[in-house]
Design a binder for this molecule. Structure first.
Ligand SMILES: [Zn+2]
Length: 504
């Protein structure tokens, strides 16, 4: 949590609840005593697009809805921006004397920020920069009696979902087997920890045994084994597919799970792929392949809400939903699928918002963990500096008022060895390929096709890795005004935790 947020939160707690207020205070009472947009909050749905930066949102909007259109997430009334930097191993928190920032985060430290309120080093899950475990907001919600759900299109042991349901020193410690190489981090702990220590226990083992989420949906079946299946069943889960048999669940299996009108609802564990879920393009083009039997992120979200929203009048639910393939396709510099997966994620936002509008007591937050690959919308017919035969020189370096060159140096040309020109999604095959991808939009004349010079949306990537840009954050429903302005990713722990009444 940022210093300013911590102070503000403390002030609110003292002013309205008194010094004796504790975590887990009743939601109704808690919200009744707070400010303006505070109808009682029963549920929180927290959705994030992995790697979804500002330009991902803009480009997906232009691609699918045109220049003056809106993605569903852009119809949400409150908008802010979220700072994503992480810290180095053994660093203190911001404001502490031994604080050492790392300007570019990974998904693990970003998840830890909003699940625990702690900045941490890249690769750490729900432990701080010095390796100390912190309770996650999903664990606190579960303890306070909320129903909880965790949905991802990645492996469910991957950083974003794992950051709510496990505590490990290294995100590679996913399971099913323990290995010192994947799990230990002596840079932080000094010596190797005993294998009985939770922080070196594979994520899959933790998820199968700790009951943190009532509904678990995503990929990653190969991380789980027969012992995990037994543990899940002993804990009362309906297991779709079978970890023991390595048989994946299907959308049809999911749809057969009946929801109860009176509750208690089922706990459901459903992994639809041994690895990450399949991109929408592959499902569309291979309708008889196994991947086509997977649900979309929107369908998983709809079913999870149905399973979690059970008993009226009692505690509500907390659901996290990740659209993970935006990041995976951005790493591959695959613009076409980056945009299609952003749209697929936006359809999950639609499901959440439709529910929240009917329910009136649900806070919906949409954000990202970081930007991926320096996605850019470039002028039609142009190319990037990285593709130039001669990189532009700084011809104005003697001018103290202007130490950069605003446009490409005269005479510089496109280097055919470094750019193959217009591509749509094939860029990953050539490390030297910077060629822009072009897409038609609803603003283009009929007959203009993707991948042609006539298409109006020209996109390019800066790198194949994460960048340090701030990411957007949107809010809808009671309590959502708090996502306005410039916030730290750690502030989201307090915003969600306070909405649920589990964090002061
Ligand atoms: Zn990534």
């Amino acid at each position: 949590m940022s210093r300013t947020f911590r102070l503000a939160a403390a002030a609110v707690a003292v002013a309205t609840l008194g010094a004796s207020a504790t975590a887990g205070v009743a939601t109704a009472q808690h919200n009744a005593q707070r400010g303006s947009d505070q109808r009682e909050i029963r549920n929180v749905i927290y959705l994030l697009g992995d790697g979804m930066g500002r330009t991902h949102v803009t480009a997906a909007r232009e691609r699918y809805y045109g220049a003056d259109g809106k993605l569903v997430m852009e119809t949400m009334p409150h908008v802010g921006q979220n700072r994503t930097y992480s810290i180095e191993p053994n660093s203190g928190q911001p404001g502490e004397p031994d604080f050492v920032p790392n300007y570019v985060t990974d998904s693990a430290s970003a998840a830890t920020a909003w699940t625990t309120g702690q900045k941490t080093y890249n690769a750490a899950l729900a432990v701080d920069g010095k390796g100390k475990s912190h309770a996650t907001v999903m664990e606190l919600a579960k303890k306070a009696g909320y129903r909880t759900g965790n949905v991802s299109t990645a492996e469910i042991t991957d950083a974003t979902p794992a950051g709510q349901m496990s505590h490990v020193l290294m995100r590679g410690c996913q399971g099913p087997e323990y290995s010192a190489k994947a799990c230990q981090n002596t840079e932080v702990t000094g010596t190797e920890l005993p294998t009985t220590d939770l922080r070196v226990t594979p994520v899959a083992d933790q998820i199968a045994r700790n009951n943190t989420a009532d509904v678990i949906m995503g990929g990653g079946l190969s991380r789980f084994d027969a012992a995990d299946e037994k543990a899940l069943k002993d804990n009362g889960y309906t297991v779709l597919g079978s970890p023991a048999a390595q048989r994946v669940a299907t959308e049809a299996d999911m749809n057969r799970v009946k929801t109860s009108r009176r509750g208690p609802q089922k706990k459901v564990f459903a992994l639809y792929n041994k690895g990450n879920l399949t991109i929408e393009k592959s499902k569309r083009e291979n309708p008889t392949a196994p991947g086509a039997k997977e649900p979309t992120v929107a369908e998983m979200t709809r079913k999870s809400i149905e399973l979690l929203d059970s008993k009226k009048g009692k505690k509500g639910f907390y659901l996290q939903v990740e659209g993970a393939l935006i990041d995976k396709r951005s790493h591959a510099n695959d613009a076409a699928q980056t945009l299609e997966e952003t749209k697929a994620f936006d359809e999950a936002v639609r499901v959440a918002l439709d529910f929240a509008k009917r329910d009136k007591h649900t806070l919906v937050i949409v954000t990202a963990d970081h930007e991926c690959a320096g996605f850019n919308i470039i002028e039609k017919g142009t190319y990037t500096n990285a593709e130039a035969a001669t990189p532009p020189a700084n011809v104005d370096s003697g001018n103290p008022a202007n130490n950069s060159v605003p446009s490409r140096a005269k005479g510089s040309a496109l280097d055919p060895k470094r750019s193959s020109g217009i591509i749509n999604g094939a860029g990953k095959d050539d490390a030297a390929n910077f060629g822009p991808a072009t897409f038609r939009t609803p603003d283009d004349a009929a007959g203009v096709a993707d991948g042609t010079p006539e298409a109006s949306l020209w996109l390019s990537y800066l790198s194949g890795n994460h960048t340090g840009a701030d990411v957007p954050v949107y809010g809808y429903g009671p309590g959502s005004s708090k996502v306005s302005g410039s916030i730290e990713n750690t502030d989201l722990f307090g915003i969600v935790g306070q909405a649920l009444g589990v964090v002061r």
